[in-house]
Design a protein around this ligand. Structure first.
Ligand code: ATP
Length: 135
C-alpha cells in the first residue's frame, strides 16, 4: 500500500523521546548507517551506539542513541533504544565525567574482558553524546 507519510517514534525503557512525522530518518545500524523514506520495505536492524537524525521540511534534529533496535515499515520507523537523548537534553559535563571514568579504566589495561567492554561502550556513549550535544 502506498503510504503518504512516515512516522518516527523513538522510545527508551523510561520514556518516549520523539513521536513525529518526518521526511527521512538516518540511523546507526550495526551493519552501517541506513536511511529510511516513506514506503521503505519492512526490515529490522540492531543499532550501534551513535547518532541518528531526522529531517522534516528544512529542519534537522540529531538524537543520541545508546544502541538498540529499529523496526521499519512503509509508514513507521520505531527506534527502541537502550538510552536516547535529543541534543538539548544532553548534560555535557556528565558526558565528560563519563568519558574520564571510561578512559581511566581503559588506561588500566585489559585486566578483565567484561570491564574492558563495558568501559569501551561507556567511552563510545560519552563521545557520541558530546558530538550530538554540539550539533
Ligand atoms: P553515566 O555514567 O553518566 O550514567 P551512561 O552512559 O552509563 O552514563 P546510560 O546507561 O546510557 O548512561 O543512561 C542512563 C540514563 O541516564 C538514561 O536515561 C540516559 O538518557 C541518561 N543519561 C546518561 N548520560 C546523560 C547525559 N550526559 N545527559 C543526559 N542524560 C544522560
Amino acid at each position: 500500500m502506498a503510504e503518504k507519510s512516515l512516522l518516527l517514534e523513538v522510545v527508551t525503557p523510561d520514556r518516549q523521546v520523539v513521536s513525529t512525522e518526518v521526511d527521512i530518518v538516518v540511523a546507526p545500524g550495526v551493519e552501517g548507517q541506513f536511511g529510511v523514506l516513506v514506503n521503505h520495505i519492512p526490515f529490522l536492524s540492531a543499532l550501534e551506539i551513535g547518532e541518528m537524525y531526522y529531517r522534516k521540511g528544512g529542519q534537522v534534529e540529531y538524537i543520541f542513541i545508546g544502541g538498540g533496535f529499529a523496526e521499519v515499515t512503509g509508514a513507521k520507523v520505531t527506534i527502541l533504544a537502550d538510552s536516547a537523548e535529543r541534543g538539548k537534553e544532553i548534560d555535557i559535563e556528565r558526558a565528560k565525567r563519563a568519558r574520564e571514568r571510561a578512559e581511566k579504566r581503559l588506561a588500566m589495561g585489559r585486566t578483565a574482558e567484561i570491564d574492558w567492554a563495558r568501559a569501551e561502550a561507556a567511552l563510545r556513549r560519552s563521545i557520541s553524546r558530546m558530538k550530538v550535544a554540539g550539533r
